[in-house]
Ligand binder design. Structure first.
Ligand code: FES
Ligand SMILES: [Fe+2]
Length: 368
């Protein structure tokens, strides 16, 4: 994973008034809210004998280990050892690592890197940061490497194949041909736009207004924001997801849907402007994503190998350009971080690049 980046690790609503244990970024973590409602994050391991602190209880601003009751504050400092009594001198080594966290956009973000005097903004698509309607956030774990999850969302031309068995597939673009593909990169943001359509003689634009779903093409935008966010835009819904590594085999996936612009089951009716219904629709989209769509994705990609994606692990084609840019930018940010440079205080010197090319042409215009 890329150092010196913010990673979303949990929904804010999942941390209430007791410690929560999670594994993210190959680390065991415990999160809790202090008396001001601020989230604290410590290594989930008591400095005394290695017991999970997430099994303990919260006492004010501290959490107490369930084994011998040692209490640790938000900075991971042991502030009370019952065995020594109230006036006991606490050894300085009785300390657990504390992590920098920040809560925003309904998510808890963890800084994966060195402590700094100031930190960059957490990454978020402007489209969602500014959205005023209802959204729903829903997280779950998937048994694949996070890079494979990101790339599966980057290339939606798998939809006509992977999701064929789904009853929702009546609205999916048929044929899987991609036209009018554009891709650009600006700092940590990769954007793309294309038409996914049936493979017939019509000009791509004509497929967008076809009468029947099985004749219809879709204009779709797919954007990646480093280190691990992907957004899909179309005329029915806007959604983003984060794919945060749990470990080298598993990913914590969190989807965020805005209110859909249409109801696919009743496309000719305007959605009812009732708040409860407006809230329910993004909630349902998230569940549909997990239990219907992702179940199909996993059937296809669960055994994919090598587990982690990379440029050398794939044989990418021109319409995989978002994928290619993502993997290159990832390599670049890892190299920069390893070289000890700050990669977040200023955007990397990646040239803005806009490419329009038909499917089938070469990838040589990449310029990372
Ligand atoms: S193991 Fe935690 S207090 Fe002893
Ligand atoms: Fe899919």
């Amino acid at each position: 994973m890329i150092p010196n980046q913010w990673y979303a690790v949990l929904r804010g609503q999942d941390v209430k008034n007791k410690p929560v244990g999670i594994t993210r970024l190959n680390k065991k973590l415990v999160l809790y809210r202090d008396s001001n409602g601020e989230v604290a994050c410590l290594e989930d391991r008591c400095a005394h004998k290695g017991v999970l602190l997430s099994k303990g209880k919260q006492h004010g601003d501290a959490i107490a280990c369930p084994y011998h009751g040692f209490q640790y504050n938000q900075q991971g400092k042991c502030v009370h050892m019952p065995v020594l009594g109230k006036c006991g001198v606490i050894p300085r080594t009785m300390q657990v690592p504390a992590y920098k966290v920040h809560e925003q956009h309904g998510l808890i973000w963890l800084w994966n890197g060195e402590q700094q005097d100031s930190y960059p903004e957490v990454p978020m698509f402007a489209n969602f940061a500014e959205y005023k309607g209802f959204t729903s956030l829903y997280g779950w774990t998937a048994p694949i490497h996070y890079t494979r999850y990101v790339e599966s969302v980057c290339e939606v031309y798998h939809v006509p194949f992977v999701h064929k068995g789904s009853f929702l597939n009546i609205w999916d673009p048929k044929g899987g041909r991609v036209d009018d593909f554009r891709c650009a990169i600006d700092g940590h943001l990769i954007t793309s736009d294309f038409i996914l359509r049936p493979d017939d003689e019509r000009p791509a634009q004509d497929t967008l207004t076809a009468k029947f779903p099985w004749q219809r093409g879709w204009r779709i935008g797919v954007d990646v924001l480093m280190p691990n966010l992907v957004q899909i835009r179309n005329d029915v819904f806007d959604v983003y997801l984060v794919a945060t590594p749990i470990d080298d085999e598993n990913t914590w996936v969190c989807f965020c849907y805005q209110e859909p612009k249409k109801d696919l089951l009743f496309p000719f009716f305007k959605p009812l402007p009732i708040p409860l219904w407006r809230q329910l629709r993004p909630w349902m989209m998230c569940r549909m994503e997990r239990f219907i769509q992702q179940a199909k994705d996993l059937e296809a990609i669960e055994g994919q190998w090598p587990r982690a994606s990379s440029l050398s692990a794939n044989n990418l084609i021109p319409v995989d350009k978002v994928n290619a840019y993502y993997l290159r930018l990832r390599d670049k940010l890892i190299r920069e971080a390893e070289a000890g440079k700050s990669t977040q205080s200023k955007a990397p010197a990646v040239p803005i690049h806009l490419v329009t090319e038909p499917a089938g042409s070469a990838l040589e215009t990449n310029s990372l």
